[in-house]
Write a protein that binds this ligand. Structure first.
Ligand code: HEC
Ligand code: HEC
Length: 417
């Protein structure tokens, strides 16, 4: 069991602010720390080597990066934890921290396709610059603003990552087996985010836009913190312009920090899912109704992970993680894209996903969340369901016609998983 002392690994001097933030996050759960795993805990029974990797990765995840460690020149936050702390280390975030909802901006080309406005610094907005940070050494660069050319603004809700290693370990074939090319009687389809030439389907992110967990982490570190790495080597261009003189990694004295991404990835893989609460009679009824009206057609209750899933050690060699291999994954998602209708169309495309297509949101750990749907526009589970459209419209209408006691039973069920 991880204890708070693991936060004090001598490899880092944790800035006071981060420690305070961390305690605030952990405070409600510490008193019962020796019972079942809490959100933010690793799987029980890790080997000493796995536990050490977990602890090291967690330190990186909560660490506030400095300029010489690779922050900036433009960025939105200094640590991963800043946007991923709701309910525990690795959670999502609430709308009270609206600045943590990643802001994408773009426009439509003449032919109607999405233009991410890279020439103006799109499509992710970096809201701060290192100019006022210690170590900036006179690097002067402005934080990004949304350019007048942008006609599309889309917010993205930070996703929690509890149990994400189990999702990583689901075989591609299992995901692909759920796809449909013709709608079923309720109008439900489901397709992978996979270009015809791509070797593997995507599974991470609101649009299943990313295949590989380490690649997602590298892109997140780059897009939100300005941290470049082997997997995401190009510096963000502030407002689309070349890095100003004095602000390049070389001029700032940035020391390459190559174990950041692999250690965080290993930590994520060993981060346990939110523990299901035991079902009472009402929750069991809610589960039955959820299945009966068709919610489970997209929110697949369980998938099986594959054998011998491995993470990379920092030296590049592989380490098997038994805790995520050959396990039932009770994620409540098919990890496929569904067209959610015109009202949900954010116009942003990613991979093969259109503006209105999203990955079925995994529903495990839902009780820890406070803002729902890809843009956080739903402030209750009820609103999130009510806003389902497109392929889910028939099943949503069936839900809306349920007796209040059946809706309540579904809410109870969703609160347990
Ligand atoms: C400014 C806020 C912010 C910061 C900082 C941030 N993230 Fe995120 N994170 C998000 C948002 C928003 C999403 C959803 C992105 C999407 O799919 O469009 C997300 C999604 C993720 C996911 C995908 C989870 C899933 O279920 O598919 C992972 C993994 C992740 N972040 C890791 C990280 C790591 C590692 C860091 C630090 C290097 C980090 N994030 C820093 C906001 C942030
Ligand atoms: C056709 C597929 C489909 C069906 C059927 C469906 N959903 Fe969803 N559900 C989704 C997708 C896709 C999302 C993510 C939407 C987004 O990104 O904004 C989602 C999101 C959700 C969310 C919000 C989760 C979050 O993390 O924000 C809840 C709650 C939910 N669904 C519950 C239900 C319930 C209950 C039913 C049955 C009445 C149902 N869904 C039926 C595809 C479906």
């Amino acid at each position: 069991m991880k204890t708070i002392t693991s936060m004090h690994n001598p490899r880092f001097s944790m800035p006071g602010l981060a420690v305070t933030a961390l305690f605030a996050v952990l405070a409600p759960t510490l008193s019962t720390a020796n019972s079942a795993p809490h959100p933010g805990d690793p799987f029980p029974g890790l080997s000493a080597e796995q536990q050490a990797l977990f602890d090291g990765g967690e330190e990186y995840f909560v660490q506030e990066l400095t300029v010489t460690e690779g922050l900036g020149p433009v960025y939105s936050e200094k640590s991963c934890l800043a946007c991923h702390a709701l309910g525990g280390i690795g959670g999502g975030d609430s709308l009270e921290n609206a600045n943590h909802f990643v802001q994408r901006f773009g426009t439509l080309n003449a032919n109607g396709s999405y233009n991410n406005l890279a020439v103006f610094g799109g499509d992710v907005l970096q809201t701060r610059s290192i100019s006022d940070d210690p170590g900036a050494n006179g690097c002067k660069v402005a934080a990004e603003v949304i350019p007048p050319e942008a006609s599309i603004l889309a917010l993205r809700n930070p996703l929690p990552m509890f149990g994400i290693g189990l999702i990583a370990a689901i075989p591609d074939a299992t995901i692909l087996a759920g796809a449909r090319t013709a709608p079923d009687a309720d109008g439900v389809l489901g397709r992978p985010n996979q270009a015809p030439t791509a070797a593997r389907p995507g599974r991470f992110g609101w649009k299943a836009q990313t295949v590989d967990l380490a690649a997602f982490n590298a892109a997140a570190a780059n897009g939100t913190m300005g941290f470049t790495s082997l997997l995401s080597p190009s510096e963000q261009k502030p407002q689309g312009l070349d890095t100003p003189a004095g602000c390049t990694n070389a001029e700032l004295g940035v020391v390459p920090f190559d174990d950041f991404i692999p250690e965080i990835t290993a930590w994520e893989v060993m981060l346990a899912p939110v523990k299901q609460k035991s079902f009472d009679e009402e929750a069991r009824r809610g589960q039955r109704v959820f299945n009966d009206i068709g919610c489970a057609k997209c929110h697949t209750p369980v998938m099986q992970s594959g054998s011998n899933f491995q993470v990379k050690r920092t030296d590049g060699t592989l380490l098997a993680v038994e805790a995520v291999s050959d396990k039932p994954v009770r994620l409540y998602s098919d990890l496929l894209l569904h067209d959610m209708g015109a009202d949900m169309d954010e116009k942003v495309t990613m991979g093969t996903a259109k503006g209105s297509e999203f990955r079925t949101a995994p529903l495990w750990g839902l009780r820890l969340r406070t803002a729902f749907l890809h843009d956080g526009s739903a402030s209750s589970v009820y609103d999130a369901i009510k806003d389902h459209g497109g392929e889910s419209a028939i099943i949503r209408d069936r839900y809306l016609k349920l007796l209040p006691r059946d809706k309540k039973a579904i809410a109870k069920f969703l609160d347990k998983i």
